[in-house]
Write a protein that binds this ligand. Structure first.
Ligand SMILES: *Cc1c(COP(=O)(O)O)cnc(C)c1O
Length: 486
């Protein structure tokens, strides 16, 4: 081999690129990464990955190890979520794939019973965007039910929309934007009475809520397979399972129902294709890592890590409660919550959550900005900032609390960026082609030199103010340009 490059130089470049990323360890980024803060766990997953690196996860009949790993990981998750022998499942590449497959399964079951018409997907507006994607990919009517400004859905509003065209109802445990635990039992009972399946999206909560308790120290109301009408649950191992990205589990009640998840064909001249998931050839690394971590931690290990998340979550919520001008949205369940402006204080004492996130970032912690949303019927969900707490948070919780307070002090009284004023500076917008969209973005100072702005409040204000199709088109352009070869 006469290599084109020098390995030290190549890896050196990679190291330099990674140095620009926000830190993935140490609790500085409160979304995207789920750090247990345990070096030993890191070593467990690296060794597992090393073992299976060359394996093709496509075919468990050839690579028998893959089938065993999947069976054991599904079994572990099923035990945690109180599934009995009727519950079967698959490992998928992540939460989105689990959600897509839950919808695809329900659609195909529905189509068998309804040769005509278009199925409907019913969920609160707070359901993860992966379900919007699923409805789009699999051609279901998307029916999103408004929630209260605290992010809570009324079970009766969902139940009122149940009908024969509903292929699947989705509720969350908890939802991502506000961490509200949806009324799973109430919805499932009504849906089951009409024979309509219910998916519980526990992508983020699946491995923590089994060990969570409410403010009074009581266990949560049943939201998993203990609820008879629940037909499927998604739970991400690459979130609170602490695995590297690329592994989630989709559990389904009933073999016959679950078989609709599969795609199989013998009608081509190549090898017979039988796929329970969207991908063909795939890595076994995240699966093996997720499996090894689950084996290593056991339920007791997960309980301990969750207890740490619970302590930090309580501390940080108390911190926010103590900050004049901010408030925790609703009654979050699990190690995540959203923060909004407290309108009950005078304007000059209010803290805008987006300016706050930008200010906290200057103190070394990256929070996640969430836009306001006008719901069907007009009621507005507020602009918020989202925090996801992981076990490592406990090691920096005092510093983080201080940063939350200092950030608020720095921007108290600064109003939310005026999105309408930003819009007024733009030409009239119609259908955008790629070059026009790019010029527009550059005109407002985004994406010019390949650099993204540090202050995100203006970007979010623009997203809030623009008609959704235009905001979406601009974001597509931004992401598209980001990866174009230069
Ligand atoms: C993260 C998440 C998803 C989507 O998962 P990805 O792993 O990002 O694809 C779906 N639902 C909820 C509630 C989530 O938190």
């Amino acid at each position: 081999m006469n290599p084109a490059g020098d390995v030290d130089e190549i890896i050196g470049r990679l190291t330099a690129m990674r140095a620009v990323d926000p830190p993935t360890h140490g609790g500085r980024v409160l979304s995207y990464v789920y750090d247990p803060g345990l070096d030993e766990l890191e070593r467990v997953m690296k060794r597992a990955i090393q073992e299976v690196l060359p394996v093709n996860g496509l075919d468990p009949t050839t690579f028998r190890s893959v089938g065993v790993l999947e069976s054991e990981l599904v079994g572990f998750t099923r035990g945690l979520l109180n599934g009995d022998a009727e519950v079967v499942g698959s490992a998928t590449s992540g939460g989105t794939e689990s959600c897509l497959l839950a919808v695809k399964t329900a659609r195909d079951v529905w189509r068998e019973a309804h040769p005509e018409g278009r199925p409907r997907l019913l969920a609160p507006v707070t359901v993860h965007a992966a379900f919007q994607k699923a409805a789009h990919y699999f051609d279901l009517v998307l029916d999103l039910v408004p929630v209260s400004p605290e992010g809570e859905v009324d079970a009766r509003d969902l139940v009122a929309r149940l009908d024969d065209d509903v292929a699947l109802v989705v509720v969350s445990a908890p939802n991502y934007p506000f961490a509200a635990l949806d009324p799973v039992a109430e919805v499932a009972e009504a849906a089951a009475a009409r024979g309509i399946p219910v998916h519980v999206d526990a992508c983020i909560g699946g491995l923590v809520l089994p060990f969570w308790e409410d403010d009074a120290g009581e266990p949560l109301p049943a939201w998993d397979f203990r609820v008879p009408g629940v037909t499927s649950i998604s739970a991400d191992l690459h979130k609170y399972g602490y695995a590297p990205k690329g592994v989630s589990v989709l559990l389904q009640r009933g073999r016959d129902r679950q078989r609709h998840q599969y795609f199989a064909t013998t009608r081509w001249p190549g090898y017979p294709v039988v796929n329970p998931t969207l991908l063909g050839s795939k890595s076994a690394s995240p699966l093996a890592a997720g499996w090894a971590i689950a084996q290593w931690l056991g339920q007791g290990g997960f309980a301990e890590l969750t207890a740490s998340c619970l302590r930090s979550t309580r501390v940080l919520q108390a911190t926010v409660d103590g900050i004049e001008g901010l408030r925790v949205v609703g009654e979050p369940t699990g190690p995540l919550f959203a923060v909004a402006v407290d309108d009950s204080v005078p304007a000059e004492r209010r803290v805008d959550p987006h300016h706050w996130a930008d200010a906290v970032r200057r103190h070394g912690f990256v929070l996640q900005l969430q836009p306001a949303l006008a719901q069907e019927g007009g009621e507005l969900l507020p602009s918020t900032t989202h925090l996801t707490i992981t076990p490592v948070t406990e090691s920096v919780v005092d510093e983080l609390s201080a940063a939350l307070v200092a950030g608020a002090d720095a921007v108290r009284g600064v109003p939310h960026v005026d999105g309408a004023a930003l819009l007024a500076g733009l030409p009239p917008l119609g259908a955008l082609d790629s070059d026009t969209a790019w010029a527009l973005l550059q005109g407002i100072g985004i994406g010019g030199g390949g650099e993204l702005p540090d202050a995100q409040a203006p970007l979010l204000a623009l997203i809030e103010a623009l008609p959704a199709p235009i905001a979406e088109r601009l974001l597509v352009e931004l992401l598209g340009r980001l990866v174009e070869p230069r």
